[in-house]
Design a protein around this ligand. Sequence first.
Ligand code: FES
Length: 114
Amino acid sequence: MTPRYFRTSGHLLVCGGATCQQKGSPLLYKALWNALETQSLAYYKKGGSVRLTQSGCLGACGSGPAVCAYRTRPEGGLEEGWYAAVDFPLALRLARTMHEGQPLPGEHRYGPEQ
Ligand code: FES
């Protein structure tokens, strides 16, 4: 059987490392999945396009929950956004901007220049 491939607008990684778990990342991950499903943003929903995965440590342990967003730029190459102290509204906004192809939010960002 050939695996089914889903085209996506981007991928969100919510840190599941120990420190971020203490700062609420499991609840953030669950709440975000619920929102992606109910709002048809999840890649496997009709019209949806966003992937979501729980990751290992993203290197911002003291400022969790940390989230990484990445997607392919229209002109090619990978765009990445690294976020610290992410709450549910920011996580959902990240998902929406990826789904709609809008610029990634600037607040709570760390890491490489945008
Ligand atoms: S435990 Fe989440 S960034 Fe390290």
